[in-house]
Design a protein around this ligand. Structure first.
Ligand code: PMP
Length: 401
């Protein structure tokens, strides 16, 4: 009789569980549009050429060993990651007001940031957009924060509910933490315009709300790393404080290497230094120190002008392939005369389209067409190819007619 006999079976993860169901389906036409992972036109996972080159360099360097990294991770990786988001000429970096610690991809960075706030910040409430990436509420509540939502998406316009957003942040308690997707909002693909970002910034600063940026898609929204960094840079340029979780899963295709960073921009170098000492107390008992391989790949690429340029070209190609899939899917629905306005497919930004298909329609497409996606109707555009679009369009057409 097991001492664990009372343990009940947990449900599959709402996103990764889609892949489990997909793997169990024997159909040859099956299509996995659940998890946000880039695929080539041939439907294959992609390792960037520049990543292969960097790995080769690392392997050839016999002086490299497998010693532990410091608790805060690879110092050069941390510096270059901060520079990538805040910009080469960022005063915050020059004034040593930024502390950056290497964490386990975006998820780990969010968790470490959340735990730091729960221990050391006076306002324990974090506002997350409605809807948001499904892991956000779990990460922050387990970190010890109280999670509330602010209005973000308007199903009627399939765009931003800007008025609702301003109202909800306007009535949040002073000092509350606000989670913002730095670009390419997941799952909606809807981002504020630069003018709207500026209004959000003014409101948040006037109410002393603390921005916590989640950057999982830098470069994936526009195809340009600096353009996608603009909203974050606006908040740093005003001299105020903020947190940033960065992931290299998507933009360098390093998903399974779990490479990311948490940065905290502070008022002064002295505060940043003390904050860093406390971040070490969060991560040391959590994972002791982060893994070396992925961070070394990133540092190799970011430090070398030539490799950096090669990366930006490959990144742009990924972003452009996704954008072309948007147009092709839109055209395929037009050709079929599928009822409804599908222009949001080409208007939305980043890896995902928030189709507006409901749970029943999603279930129908999975059952009849072997197409797998999250039940909120989100599809990963990065998982599509010219060959699979007709099948998806047939399924969507059948689901709504
Ligand atoms: N934030 C958002 C909004 C995401 O979409 C993701 C990836 N799906 C992450 C964070 C973190 O991913 P990872 O831990 O793989 O870097």
């Amino acid at each position: 009789n097991s001492v664990f006999a009372h343990v009940v079976k947990a449900p599959e993860d709402p996103i990764l569980g889609v892949t489990v169901a997909y793997n169990n389906d024997p159909s040859p036409v099956k299509l996995n549009l659940g998890v946000g992972a880039y695929r080539t036109e041939e439907g294959k996972p992609l390792v960037l050429n520049v990543v292969r080159r960097a790995e080769q360099q690392l392997v050839n360097d016999r002086s490299r060993v497998k010693e532990y990294l410091p608790i805060t991770g690879l110092a050069e990786f941390n510096k270059l990651s901060a520079k990538l988001m805040f910009g080469a000429d960022s005063p915050a970096i020059k004034e040593n007001r930024v502390t950056t610690v290497q964490c386990l991809s975006g998820t780990g960075s969010l968790r470490v940031g959340g735990e730091f706030l729960a221990r050391h910040y006076h306002e324990r409430t974090i506002y997350i957009p409605q809807p948001t990436w499904g892991n956000h509420p779990k990460i922050f509540s387990l970190a010890g924060l109280s999670v509330k939502t602010y209005r973000y998406y308007d199903p009627a316009t399939r765009g931003l509910n800007f008025q609702g957003l301003l109202e909800d942040l306007g009535s949040a308690p002073s000092g509350a933490v606000v989670l913002l997707h730095a670009c390419a909002h997941n799952p909606t693909g809807v981002d504020p315009t630069i003018q709207q970002w500026e209004k959000i910034r003014q409101l948040m600063r006037s109410k002393r709300l603390l921005p916590f940026f989640d950057s999982a898609y830098q470069g994936f929204a526009s195809g340009n790393l600096d353009t996608d960094a603009k909203p974050v840079r606006m908040f740093v340029a005003d001299g105020g404080e903020c947190l940033l979780a960065q992931s290299y899963a998507k933009n360098m295709g390093l998903y399974g290497e779990r490479v990311g960073a948490l940065s905290i921009v502070c008022n002064t170098a002295d505060v940043a230094n003390r904050v860093e000492s406390q971040l070490k107390l969060v991560t040391r008992p959590m994972f002791s120190n982060p893994p070396i391989h992925g961070a070394s790949i990133v540092a190799t690429i970011l430090r070398d002008r030539n490799m950096y340029d090669e990366w930006t070209v490959e990144l742009k190609a990924m972003a452009e392939r996704i954008i072309s899939m948007r147009q092709k899917l839109f055209d395929a629905l037009q050709t079929r005369g599928t009822p409804g306005d599908w222009s949001h497919i080409i208007k939305q930004i980043g890896m995902f389209t928030f189709t507006g298909l409901n749970k029943e329609q999603v279930a129908f497409m999975t059952k009849e067409y072997h197409i797998y996606m999250t039940s909120d109707g989100r599809i990963s555009m990065a998982g599509l190819s010219s060959k699979t679009i007709p099948h998806l369009a047939d399924a969507m057409h059948a689901a709504v007619t």
